[in-house]
Structure formats: structure tokens, C-alpha cells
Design a protein around this ligand. Structure first.
Ligand SMILES: O=c1ccn([C@@H]2O[C@H](COP(=O)(O)O)[C@@H](O)[C@H]2O)c(=O)[nH]1
Length: 279
């Protein structure tokens, strides 16, 4: 049977749960402030607490792979369990791994995150296109087969991004626009939403590019990096209904109690609803 495409599953989740994505970023400083050790036991407890508190209510949970990888194989085991439990509780899992490499290596990354039989299979994964958009083909194809999605970096939330992403390509377009145009081509004709998303920081003064990719727009940078939901209409303009606002530390710092995490996520969700009533 053909799996339901990620874009359709995400649209449904956004419509029923609201569009908020909460990141699972077990910073050493957060483990400490939660009264946990900066070790695998602390990582496991932190991650389980976030999943149990939020996976039944937010549209997307976004584990940041780096914070699990730093504990080696035991950290990856925690990540695998989190992915499984979050999906079982109804959240879509976006693995934030920002993979990007030559095509033959991309095929291995695709097998890791986008093959249904992989222990790290996720609903979607973040990818970097700056080895050339075409290098992502193995991941795009694997995602289409398994009904998964990808989020491709376009304009990231960090201040260093514009040096590369706003540079002018040979044909005069900003490099980010080149990537966005590729995404739009991948999503052409998809309804209600394509499965190839773009990452566009909520921290931007304004996007300054055409965001009509017919796919979701992941907007990190809310909370700790200084952006707020009120910034979304300005940055995303007409594309704002497709925005998945993402916040990690802004929610996580309200742990370790599940109630603190839930209340913080609910506050951000309310602010998003106020700023983007049509979301
Ligand atoms: O442009 C980007 C792409 C990804 N990220 C990731 O999102 C979270 C942000 O965490 P906060 O605590 O909400 O700042 C983190 O995992 C980043 O790697 C991003 O910030 N910007």
C-alpha cells in the first residue's frame, strides 16, 4: 500500500494539534538545571520526560541528533527509543541531523533516517543542500518511497548563514532562492502540502526570497535565539500558513516538571495562534 505522504500527515497534524514544533535539545546546561547528571542516565531521563509531556499534544517533536551522538552508542540508543515512543504517542518526529554529502554517502544517510526498517526511521529529517541540491536525490527518493519528508536548509537562523545563503549564484539568484526553487519543483502539484520542506529562520529581519515552495517551512529561532511568534507574519508573509514554528530551549528550560513543559509549550502555541490566526 502507498504510504500517506509526509506533507499530508503534517498538514493534518498542524490542523488538529496546531503547528508548533518542540525541539529535544539535551544541552549539558539543561541536564544540570534539571538536577540530572551530564551522562547517559541524565540524557535518558530528560528525553523520556519531554516525550511523555509533549508527544501527545504537539504536532512535531524535533530531537537534535548532536546532543545524543555526543554520548556515543548509548546516546543513540536513547534517541532510537525517543523516536519510537514519540511516534507511538502521535507526534511526528523530525530528526534534526542536517545531513549533506556526496550522493553515494547521502544514500547511506537516507537508509538511516528514511528507510522504514531502520531503527532511526523518522517522519522527516533535516538536510543541508550546500553540496548541491542534486546531491540530496537519494534522500528525496527514499522519503517518497516511505512517506517521509525532508526539511532542506534555505535561510538558517544563525547570523553566519547569509555569507553563504545570500551569496549570488551564477544566474543572479541568491543561493537560498536557488534551493527554494528546487524545493518548489519537488513539491509541484502536491496537495495539501508537499513533503519537501524548507528551513527558514524566524530570526530573519525579512526573508527577501520567494517562499512559495508548496511545502512546510520550519522556523527555528523562536525563544532562546530571540525571535517570537509575533515575528512570523513579517518574515513569512503570504506563506505563513505553512510555517512550523520551532522552539527548543524556550520550552525545555521550564522542566523538569511535565506541567512546566506543557504550560510553556501551550504559551508558545497560544502566541502562534494570536500571531497567525489562520494557522
Ligand atoms: O536554522 C536553523 C536550523 C536548525 N536549528 C536548530 O533548532 C534548534 C534551536 O534551538 P533553540 O534552543 O530553540 O535555539 C537547535 O537544535 C538548532 O540546531 C536552528 O536553530 N536554526
Amino acid at each position: 500500500m502507498t504510504p500517506e505522504p509526509f506533507g499530508a500527515r503534517l498538514r493534518h497534524a498542524m490542523d488538529t494539534r496546531g503547528p508548533l514544533c518542540v525541539g529535544i535539545d539535551p544541552h549539558a546546561s539543561l541536564l544540570t538545571s534539571w538536577g540530572l547528571g551530564d551522562d547517559v542516565a541524565g540524557l535518558e531521563r530528560f528525553t523520556r520526560t519531554v516525550v511523555e509531556a509533549l508527544a501527545d499534544r504537539v504536532a512535531v517533536l524535533k530531537p537534535q541528533s548532536a546532543f545524543f551522538e555526543r554520548f556515543g552508542s548509548r546516546g543513540i540508543a536513547v534517541l532510537e527509543k525517543a523516536v519510537e515512543e514519540a511516534r507511538a504517542a502521535g507526534a511526528l518526529v523530525l530528526m534534526d541531523a542536517k545531513r549533506g554529502d556526496i550522493g553515494s554517502t547521502m544514500a547511506a544517510y537516507a537508509a538511516t533516517y528514511l528507510d522504514k526498517d531502520s531503527p532511526l526511521f523518522s517522519d522527516a529529517v533535516t538536510l543541508s543542500p550546500y553540496l548541491g541540491f542534486g546531491s540530496l536525490r537519494p534522500a528525496l527518493d527514499a522519503a517518497a518511497v516511505s512517506g517521509a519528508g525532508v526539511f532542506v536548509l534555505a535561510l538558517t537562523s544563525n547570523p553566519e548563514g547569509p555569507e553563504v545563503q545570500r551569496a549570488t549564484a551564477a544566474d543572479g539568484r541568491p543561493l537560498a532562492q536557488v534551493m527554494l526553487d528546487h524545493m518548489a519543483a519537488e513539491n509541484a502539484g502536491a496537495t495539501p502540502l508537499g513533503s519537501v520542506g524548507a528551513v527558514v529562520g524566524a530570526t530573519l529581519a525579512d526573508a527577501g526570497v520567494d517562499l512559495a515552495v508548496n511545502g512546510p517551512l520550519l522556523a527555528p529561532g523562536i525563544g532562546a535565539q530571540g525571535a517570537t511568534p509575533a515575528d512570523l507574519p513579517r518574515v513569512f508573509g503570504a506563506a505563513v500558513r505553512n510555517v512550523v514554528p520551532s522552539v527548543s530551549r524556550g520550552v525545555l528550560r521550564h522542566g523538569p516538571d511535565a506541567s512546566g513543559l506543557r504550560e510553556a509549550a501551550a504559551r508558545f502555541a497560544d502566541e502562534v495562534r494570536t500571531a497567525v490566526p489562520e494557522s
